[in-house]
Ligand binder design. Structure first.
Ligand code: 3H9
Length: 655
């Protein structure tokens, strides 16, 4: 017999139902069954007048147990359990700390009251797993918060902090303090005692749904359809919510359940589940189990350009003290301004207060003297992609840093072994490939060289965890995992152009497939010259790099948006791509008169190429597992998450 996951305590006439089902109190079948038994037992106990539902560990119930989703549903079903709690003869009070998510929040919705610590959040993230709430989330939420707030919570999937949840009517009280075992427990008990002195409010299911403004549904549906780009769950969630607003409770529940079960077995849900588990496994790779990372506090960044400043911002956001080094006073001032600009942007978008932005800047220092790095635990080099420049930086670092300080290069294309050549203590060297903007993009490719010590590699992963990034280990090859696949993808897209497929049709096909942009408009945005220069460098070094169509454009001065044209033309000050007669003329000699391909075939072909390159990368050991390739594409290159990544989408991995 496994350990029980529910225990019952007492404080006078109030029962405490305590869930302890690590790591996140997910609603496994055992937990559902024990909660049901607790409801029966407490209903039968005449001395009990109210029930406080608390969770042990780091969080309230974080949802249904996602690992059960691939299997047939088992009784008791969650919607029935939520009804059972709502129908209890004594009022239940959910006492929330950490996160009440998905089924966890639905259990709380079945309770007569909800109280939460200030730091807690509540939400219905089911759409991020390709499903909709399946235990009354779409039906009970609008009864408490109205349809507009419910639509935002359910179709967006983003949780709300306690204060906002209270303002929306989703919880009844915010409890001050931090400790769930003390403050929350005491606050919830006091709330329960007080509640017992007043008449009880109606059950959530018995409340009406207020009718929205005319035109509300049409507006929501068209906005959701626009955002969805083929993703099914948000639109289905909205349909379920509409049903809740327009049909009786039981009918709406049946509709929600049928939708939930339908989506639960869908390909999109399987893809999103696979991504969910891959993301959670990535920061703690099995091969580094038991390897202690080094402590990190002070970090140096060399170079204050877009990349260096972005890395410095990410480090400051995570609370590291940062020293930014530039080669001269002028470049240093630019670097400082770049960093300040990033935080000012955060203030503008409402992500940071002025005071927080100031504090971020106050924790950064700026110098042209490498001696300022004498105490650094880690230094990340983010200077120009030129081997000589980088080596000179590491020679300085070797002179000024402690011998045990970790030294990292943020190269995208250079061989990290060549960057480290001549370095004393190469065991402390590692490649850390950030993606621009480095304070926003989630992906971090971690590239050890043969000499890199295991604890240095483990520190790379620990850094990613501290920065809230998804780390993926990559072996050494040109472009590592991501840029190598990108190169093949672009070459394949160019091949389609050579075969006579229209540039705009290829971009549209990839957008239809769920990418934010197609390969050509993305190149125009980023600039065609960087990849061109890199190819030219390889040619100058005697390597056989065939001419690309992009080369022809750059040679004709068409480097993308920044020169007013690349694959497309751009009106001055505009970003909207227009078909370009100049490009057509330039490329005409290389283009065959082919038959057009439909968009689905185009997208499948290009994704197939990505997956084939992924397979080659795996065979060479550059990527350690198929899910790593998928995480790189999703978090670094805009691959639609709900398709699971190129390896998942082409059946090369199932979970
Ligand atoms: C749902 O509820 C459907 C219902 O509407 C209808 C049903 C009928 N299940 O993220 P962490 C594991 S859908 C199983 O690193 P944190 C996770 O794999 C669900 N396992 O922790 C990891 O395992 P390991 C809606 C889960 O502190 C460990 O817990 N709910 C689940 O950074 C720690 O995870 C969600 O989508 C789960 N539901 O963050 C919530 N959740 O240690 C998803 C986590 O072996 N979860 N695990 O690698 C989260 O957002 C975060 O885990 C949370 C904690 C914020 C709770």
């Amino acid at each position: 017999m496994s350990e029980p996951v529910v225990s019952i305590g007492r404080e006078g006439e109030i029962a405490l139902v305590i869930i302890d089902n690590p790591p996140v109190n997910a609603l496994s079948q055992a937990l559902r069954q024990e909660l049901w038994a607790a409801a029966d037992r407490l209903d039968a106990d005449p001395e009990i007048k109210a029930v406080v539902l608390l969770c042990a560990g780091r969080t309230f119930i974080a949802g249904a147990d996602v690992s059960e989703f691939g299997k047939p549903p088992m009784e008791p079903h969650l919607p029935d359990l939520v009804d059972r709690i709502e129908d209890a003869t004594k009022p239940w009070i959910a006492a929330i700390h950490g996160s009440a998510l998905g089924g966890g929040f639905e259990v709380a919705l079945g309770c007569r009251f909800r109280v939460a610590l200030e730091s807690a959040s509540v939400g219905l993230p089911e759409v991020t797993l390709g499903i909709i709430p399946g235990a009354s989330g779409t039906v009970r939420t609008p009864r408490l918060a109205g349809v507009a707030a419910a639509a935002e919570l359910i179709t967006g999937g983003r949780p709300l902090k306690a204060a906002k949840a209270k303002a929306a009517g989703l919880i009844d009280a915010v409890i001050h303090g931090e400790d769930p075992g003390e403050d929350l427990r005491a606050g919830a008990l006091a709330f329960a005692r007080e509640a017992l002195t007043r008449p009880l409010p109606p059950k959530t299911s018995e409340r009406p749904v207020a009718a929205p403004e005319p035109g509300f549904w049409a507006e929501q549906e068209s906005a959701a359809a626009k955002r969805a780009k083929g993703e099914a769950a948000p639109l289905r969630a909205l349909a379920s919510l509409r049903k809740a607003a327009e049909a009786p409770f039981a009918e709406a529940m049946a509709f929600e359940r049928a939708t939930f079960l339908d989506l639960r077995g869908s390909e999109q849900a399987a893809a999103l589940r696979a991504v969910f588990f891959a993301e959670r496994a990535a920061p703690r790779p099995v091969h580094l189990k038991g390897v202690e990372p080094k402590a990190l506090k002070r970090v140096g960044v060399i170079g204050g350009g877009t990349m260096g400043a972005g890395i410095a911002a990410a480090l400051r956001d995570a609370g590291f003290s940062v020293t930014l080094i530039e080669r001269d006073a002028e470049a240093l001032a630019r670097g400082e301004a770049n960093l300040r600009g990033i935080f000012a942007g955060g203030v503008k978008r409402g992500k940071l207060t002025e005071a927080q932005a100031e504090a971020r800047m106050a924790g950064a220092s700026f110098s042209t003297d490498y001696a300022a790095l004498a105490e650094a635990d880690l230094v990340i080099e983010a200077v120009f992609e030129e081997i000589g420049v980088k080596r000179a930086v590491f020679a300085e670092l070797a002179r000024h840093c402690r011998p045990e300080a970790i030294l990292a290069t943020n190269t995208s294309y250079l061989d990290p072994r060549a960057v480290a050549e001549g370095l004393s203590h190469p065991e402390r060297f590692i490649g850390l490939h950030f993606f621009s903007p480095a304070n926003v993009m989630k992906l971090l490719e971690i590239v050890p060289i043969p000499e890199t010590a295991p604890e240095v590699l483990a520190t790379g992963f620990a850094l990613a965890r501290a920065l809230g990034k998804i780390p993926v280990q990559a072996g050494i090859c040109e472009g590592f995992i991501g840029n190598r696949i990108l190169k093949r993808y672009r070459a394949a897209a160019e091949n389609l152009v050579r075969q006579g497929v229209a540039i705009a049709e290829i971009d549209a096909a990839m957008r239809d497939h769920g990418f934010a942009m197609g390969p050509f408009e993305a190149q125009d945005l980023g600039g065609l010259d960087i990849a061109f220069l890199q190819r030219e460098g390889a040619r100058a070094a005697g390597r056989n790099v065939p001419e690309t169509l992009g080369d022809l454009l750059v040679k004709a001065g068409r480097k993308g948006q920044k020169t007013g044209g690349g694959w497309y033309d751009y009106a001055p000050g505009e970003r909207k791509p227009q078909a370009s007669a100049a490009t057509t003329e330039l490329l005409a000699p290389r283009i065959a008169l082919g038959s057009p391909l439909d968009r689905k075939t185009i997208a499948e072909r290009l994704v197939g190429e990505m997956a084939a390159e992924g397979e080659a990368i795996l065979a060479e050991g550059v990527a350690l597992q198929p899910s790593d390739v998928d995480l790189v594409e999703i978090h670094g290159y805009g691959f639609p998450r709900w398709r699971g990544g190129p390896m998942f989408a082409t059946g090369r991995r199932s979970s």
